[in-house]
Ligand binder design. Structure first.
Ligand code: FAD
Length: 356
């Protein structure tokens, strides 16, 4: 398993529980920080295996409602009661990822959270040779039968596969103080000014707010990043009233992350599959990234298991992996449709926000 975010850790956990010997190699160089929403559905998947995961290992804030202001004159409030999966939970990503890797370790995975995979080569019909860069910069190698690529949206250097160009959308994110008289357990989504805002509550009473916009728009700004961020935030109808009159943030506390959807040309090949964002990175504003990461991890684990338990020839047969590729595409279409519904539009947003 290359990469120990939600997709990699979950896939490794499922495989190990089914009796497969799994090594998970994780390097945290691209690991996302901040607060993210684990959807009700994703939460249930984890809780089915580990009922107290969100009480003990990765506590967060339960999200009881979504308050959104996109193209409507007034905010639309959706109660989590109407979600058949129940409320989602806003968690700190570093904590969440760490807890999932711990779960994988408990399930029997050999977790190596100190190494970066820098090369993957076909050895012979039987498997792959991975080159790992260790913390002291030394290179070591690892021989494996299958590779599951769970490196997230940033890393495409393996398996010579094409990807849609990185989207032109960027998210600026930071933690903000909030007034105490607003709803404490809500996800806010708002289209305002030059982009899209989302805000999630944090356990310390602050909120974590992200502003997704076109990179070109960001380049046009006058003044510092902090001034731009606050000016745009002040122009919001939903978020601004939740904030104190004076907002203290330093430039260095605003982090940037590539956003928008990003599909990859191939999600599987002979003896390898990609899961999570490494297969398809959905639009972050759909709130489905972690859910899709877990879904694809489950599907991917199933395919690897099937290939391993069939005869030797089938191990490297393209058929099982092609089936996964087709299944992933079907899931992506479903997610695309759901995302389009969220945006109140018919067409897919796979190409990223268009700004209209
Ligand atoms: C701004 C923004 C906000 C978002 N908010 C939400 C949200 O609220 N809810 C939601 O469900 N989704 C959200 N998403 C999407 C979500 O973050 C991703 O879909 C999810 O992280 C995908 O998980 P993953 O395991 O596939 O990849 P990642 O989480 O990216 O994990 C991959 C891991 O692999 C490691 N890695 C990479 N290369 C190597 C290598 N060569 N060797 C070893 N390790 C390696 C990386 O450092 C990283 O830790 C958001 C996305 C963005 C951009």
């Amino acid at each position: 398993m290359v990469g120990g975010g939600p997709a990699g850790a979950w896939c490794a956990y499922l495989l190990a529980r089914a009796g497969v010997q799994v090594t998970l190699v994780h390097w945290s160089g691209y690991a996302p920080g901040g607060i993210e929403l684990v959807s009700g559905r994703a939460r249930r998947q984890i809780e089915q295996h580990c009922p107290d995961f969100f009480q003990s290992a990765a506590p967060g804030v339960e999200i009881q409602e979504t308050i959104s202001l996109w193209s409507t004159p007034e905010p639309v409030v959706l109660s989590a009661m109407f979600n058949p999966w129940g409320p989602g939970i806003a968690v700190e990503r570093t904590l969440f990822d760490h807890a999932l890797r711990d779960l994988a370790r408990t399930g029997g995975v050999d977790v190596r959270a100190d190494a970066k995979v820098v090369g993957i080569e076909r050895e012979d019909d039987a498997g792959w040779k991975l080159s790992l860069r260790l913390e002291d910069d030394k290179i070591s190698s690892l021989r494996v039968e299958f590779v599951v690529l769970a490196t997230g949206r940033a890393a495409i250097s393996f398996f010579d596969r094409s990807a849609a160009p990185e989207s032109s959308t960027i998210a600026l994110m930071t933690s903000l103080p909030v007034r105490h008289d607003g709803p404490q357990q809500a996800l806010y989504i708002e289209k305002a000014g030059r982009g899209w805002w989302y805000a999630l509550p944090a356990q310390n009473g602050c909120c974590f707010a992200g502003f997704c916009l076109e990179r070109d728009e960001l380049k046009k700004r006058r003044g510092s990043l902090k001034e731009f961020y606050i000016e745009q935030l002040r122009g919001t109808k939903l978020l601004a009233p939740l904030l104190p009159r004076t907002i203290h943030i330093g430039d260095s506390h605003i982090s940037g992350r590539m956003a928008g959807a990003r599909p990859f040309g191939r999600t599987a090949g002979d003896g390898w599959i990609a899961v999570g964002d490494a297969a398809y990175a959905p639009d972050p504003l759909s709130g489905m990234g972690i859910e899709l990461a877990l879904e694809s991890a489950g599907l991917g684990a199933g395919v690897v298991l099937e290939a391993m338990t069939s005869n030797r020839k089938a191990v490297n047969s393209n058929a099982a992996f092609a089936e996964y590729d087709a299944a992933m595409r079907a899931h992506v279409q479903e997610h695309d449709k759901a995302a389009a519904l969220h945006y109140g539009r018919q067409e897919s947003r796979s190409a990223g926000p268009s700004g209209d």
